[in-house]
Write a protein that binds this ligand. Structure first.
Ligand SMILES: Nc1ncnc2c1ncn2[C@@H]1O[C@H](COP(=O)(O)OP(=O)(O)OP(=O)(O)O)[C@@H](O)[C@H]1O
Ligand SMILES: [Mg+2]
Length: 209
């Protein structure tokens, strides 16, 4: 099973969702590789180093790839390959999407974020990715009202969106800094919201795989 996280814009929580998905699948006993394709920033790989250093369980196997084709080849050795892509979509993003069981598009709630995200979904459809393989997740929502309004816009465009959303909270960034995922913060309610998102992502991926 391959779950990829792509987006047109940077800083929308792609790596945040990829890391939490890898943690929860690893915790469930699935042999999982988190492939970091952002070879310049290496956000996921550096986070995994912090995690190892802090001795946090479960360990998340992570590798950095310059070429997406090499990352895709690793899929045969794992039950789950989680692909954290670079910001901005290029031809490699479409190839990754073609090979993915599920393509997750992280987006903010403001129109500046939402519009490029929805256009990306349309482009994926145009390139032959089936609608059922595209899943939106609202991230960094300032308020519940804004999250719900963004979800409404996404469904107006006929796309599927995860029902839970990630609020913008310092507790999440603090956890990431410490090598934890957004499902592992010190605040149970934050963890619950994040777990609901990851559960929906995994359920959807299994359903379409
Ligand atoms: N819900 C949240 N609340 C607060 N901070 C968050 C939240 N989600 C992510 N962050 C922080 O926002 C920053 C960007 O998150 P992340 O690296 O996941 O985004 P990205 O889309 O992968 O970015 P890039 O385009 O740089 O790869 C990080 O510093 C992260 O700690
Ligand atoms: Mg990233």
């Amino acid at each position: 099973m391959i779950i990829s996280f792509i987006s047109q814009k940077g800083g929308v929580s792609r790596s945040t969702l990829a890391r939490a998905t890898a943690v929860e699948l690893s915790r469930a006993g699935q042999q999982t590789l988190l492939a970091d394709l952002d070879s310049q920033q290496q956000t996921s790989a550096k986070w995994a180093e912090r995690r190892d250093h802090a001795g946090i369980h479960p360990a998340v196997e992570t590798a950095v790839y310059r070429r997406h084709s090499v990352a895709l080849k690793a899929a045969s050795q794992y039950a789950c390959l989680i692909i954290d892509t670079r910001p901005f979509v290029d031809i490699s993003s479409f190839d990754i999407a073609q090979h993915s069981s599920l393509v997750v598009i992280a987006t903010g709630t403001a129109l500046d974020d939402l519009e490029p995200s929805l256009l990306l979904g349309r482009e994926l459809l145009h390139r032959g990715i089936p609608l059922r393989k595209i899943l939106y997740v609202i991230c960094k929502a300032p308020t519940g009202a804004e999250a719900r309004s963004a979800m409404q816009t996404i469904s107006t465009w006929q796309f599927r969106c995860v029902k839970s959303y990630l609020r913008f909270k310092a507790g999440y960034s603090l956890a990431l800094d410490a090598g934890q995922s957004v499902t592992e913060t010190r605040w149970p309610s934050l963890n619950r919201h994040a777990e609901n998102i990851i559960r929906e992502i995994c359920t959807r991926a299994e359903a379409v795989a």
